[in-house]
Write a protein that binds this ligand. Structure first.
Ligand code: AHR
Length: 492
C-alpha cells in the first residue's frame, strides 16, 4: 500500500453559503422493491410494521433524518394518476407499471400512505406531477386535494379518506425527465408545458406551491438554454437536473479500474452544477430559481439474478458507493450557494439505496455503506460552508483527496474522502481564520472496494471513532485507503 502526503487548507472565515439540509434529501419511486416490499409491507404483513410501513426502515431513516422525500417517480410519475391511489385500498384500481417491468400496481400505496410515511420519518414531501400522460387540471386538483384545509369537494374527499388535516405539500415537480421517459419533449416544448401546468397551480390553503421545472440530463447546456429561452421569464421556483454516475460492473464485482472510471464522473458533476447555475443566473440574476439535483448517485450494472430476486434496479452498496456518496456530498457542500436540493436515488433497495431489504417477503433491513456516509455528513446540515483547498486534485485520471468544511459558531466540521484503493493518505490540514481547541473524528472505511453490509454481516462497514491530532492551527489525520472521515473541531 502506498503512503501519500497531502496538504489541505480550510479558510474558516471565507464563507460560501448555508448548507441547506435539503441537500441531503432522498427519492422513493414505484420501481422494484423501493416502495412495495421496501418501505411498505402492508398492515397484515408478518414483517414488523407501523401501520403497514416497515418498522426497521422507519426507525433507520428517521434516525438518519430525511429532509425531503420525492415521490412517486421518476419515470413512474409521468404515468401516475393520483386518483388511483386514494380511497379504500381494496377498491383502488389495479394498473400496470409500464415503466418498470409491466407488473401490476395495486395502488395500495398512494398519497395518504406517502404523506403518513413522511410524517413518521420527519421528511417534507415532494410530489412529482404527471405531465407525460396527465393534464394541468389533474395536477391542480392534486394540489387542492392535498392542501385545501376544508370547504371544497376535494378537501372533503381527503377528509373522508382519513385526513381532515391538509397534507401541506409545498414541493411540486412539473413532470420528470421530459427529455426522455416523461414524454420525449424538446426543451422548448417542455418549457411550454411547464407554463401551461404552472398556470393552473395556484396557492391553496395559504401555501404557495414551489414549482420545479424539468432540467437536463446531466449537464446538457442546450436543453437549459432552450428551456429558459422559451420560459421567457415566466415564474419558476426550481429547476431540476439529473446526474447519475454510471458504472460498468455489477455492484460487488468492481475492479479498481472500473471504480475509478465511475468516480471520475464527480468532477463532471461539480462542473455541471457550476455551469447549470450560471445558465440560470444569466436568465434570472437574483437567484430566485433554485437549482435541484433531484436524482443522483451510482448506477451499476444490474444482474438479472438480483433483479429477479429483489426487483428492478435493486443494487447492493459497497465501500465504493460510500466513497462515491462522500465525493458527491463534499461537492454539495462546496457548491452550497448554488444548490437548493439534492435527492439521492433512491431511499430503499433501488440504486444507491441507504437501506436494503431482502425482497417483498423479507424481514431483514440492513443499513448500507451509503447510509453511514450520509450520517458522517449530518453535522454539516445548516452550517455555513467555507472555502477549502487541497493539493491533491480531483481533476486528474485518478481521483484524489476530497474535502469540504463548514462552520457555525464555535464548531468547525470537515469531511475528507480518500478514494484511492491503493494508497493511505496522511493529511496535514491548516485551519486559517479560526483556532482549533478540541477535536474528534469518525471514519468509515474498508480497504476492500467491494466490502458491504449484508444480511449475514450487517455491521461490516460502520462508523468508528478515529484519532486526529491538532497543533498550532493544523490538524493531522491519517486517511486509510477507501475512507470517508468527518473531523469536528471546537474553534475560537
Ligand atoms: O431512478 C431511476 C430512474 O432514473 C428514474 O425513474 C428516472 O427519472 C431516471 O432515469
Amino acid at each position: 500500500m502506498a503512503a501519500l502526503n497531502r496538504k489541505a487548507l480550510v479558510h474558516a472565515d471565507q464563507e460560501i453559503g448555508v448548507i441547506r439540509p435539503e441537500l441531503h434529501s432522498h427519492f422513493a419511486e414505484h420501481v422494484g422493491s423501493c416502495v412495495y416490499g421496501g418501505i411498505w409491507v402492508g398492515k397484515n404483513s408478518p414483517v414488523p410494521n407501523v401501520n403497514g410501513f416497515r418498522r426497521a426502515a422507519v426507525d433507520y431513516v428517521r434516525e438518519l433524518g430525511v429532509p425531503v422525500l420525492r415521490w412517486p417517480g421518476g419515470c413512474f410519475a409521468d404515468g401516475y394518476h393520483w386518483r388511483d391511489g386514494i380511497g379504500p385500498a381494496a377498491k383502488r384500481p389495479k394498473t400496470v407499471n409500464k415503466h418498470w417491468g409491466g407488473y401490476t400496481e395495486d395502488n395500495s400505496f398512494g398519497s395518504h400512505e406517502f404523506v403518513e410515511f413522511c410524517r413518521l420519518i420527519g421528511a417534507e414531501p415532494y410530489f412529482a406531477a404527471n405531465v407525460g400522460s396527465g393534464s394541468p387540471e389533474e395536477m391542480r386538483d392534486w394540489i387542492e386535494y392535498c392542501n385545501q384545509p376544508s370547504g371544497t369537494t376535494l378537501a372533503e374527499e381527503r377528509a373522508a379518506n382519513g385526513s381532515r388535516e391538509p397534507f401541506n405539500v409545498r414541493y411540486w415537480g412539473v413532470g420528470n425527465e421530459l427529455w426522455g421517459c416523461g414524454g420525449h419533449f424538446t426543451a422548448q416544448r417542455a418549457a411550454e408545458e411547464y407554463r401551461r401546468f404552472a398556470a393552473c397551480a395556484r396557492t391553496v390553503g395559504g401555501l404557495e406551491p414551489y414549482l420545479i421545472g424539468c432540467g437536463p440530463d446531466g449537464n446538457n447546456v442546450q436543453w437549459t438554454r432552450g428551456f429558459m429561452d422559451t420560459l421567457a421569464g415566466y415564474h419558476m421556483d426550481g429547476y431540476s437536473m439529473h446526474f447519475y454516475s454510471t458504472g460498468t460492473l455489477p455492484p460487488l464485482q468492481y475492479t479498481a479500474e472500473a471504480m475509478y472510471a465511475q468516480l471520475n464522473s464527480f468532477p463532471r458533476l461539480e462542473q455541471g452544477i457550476i455551469q447549470q447555475r450560471n445558465l440560470l443566473d444569466e436568465h434570472e440574476p437574483n437567484r430566485r430559481i433554485g437549482l435541484l439535483l433531484d436524482e443522483w448517485g451510482v448506477w451499476d450494472r444490474m444482474t438479472a439474478e438480483d433483479e429477479h430476486r429483489n426487483g428492478r434496479l435493486w443494487q447492493q452498496g459497497s465501500m465504493r458507493s460510500a466513497v462515491a456518496a462522500g465525493l458527491g456530498l463534499n461537492i454539495f457542500n462546496r457548491q452550497a450557494d448554488k444548490l437548493s436540493m439534492c435527492n439521492i436515488a433512491q431511499i430503499v433497495n433501488v440504486l444507491q439505496a441507504v437501506l436494503i431489504t431482502d425482497g417483498p417477503e423479507g424481514r431483514n433491513c440492513v443499513r448500507t455503506t451509503s447510509y453511514y456516509a450520509f450520517m458522517l455528513f449530518k453535522p454539516h446540515r445548516s452550517k455555513i460552508s467555507v472555502h477549502v483547498e487541497t493539493d491533491g486534485s480531483e481533476q486528474q485520471t485518478l481521483p484524489d483527496l476530497s474535502l469540504s468544511a463548514s462552520r457555525q459558531g464555535g464548531e468547525l466540521v470537515a469531511t475528507l474522502v480518500n478514494p484511492r484503493h491503493d494508497a493511505d493518505m496522511q493529511v496535514d490540514c491548516e485551519v486559517r481564520g479560526a483556532t482549533p481547541r478540541q477535536s474528534r473524528a469518525e471514519i468509515l472505511y474498508d480497504p476492500d472496494i467491494n466490502a458491504h453490509n449484508s444480511f449475514e454481516d450487517p455491521n461490516r462497514v460502520v462508523i468508528r471513532p478515529h484519532p486526529v491530532a491538532f497543533e498550532n492551527g493544523r490538524i493531522r489525520v491519517a486517511l486509510p485507503a477507501m475512507s470517508v472521515a468527518t473531523v469536528t473541531l471546537q474553534v475560537s
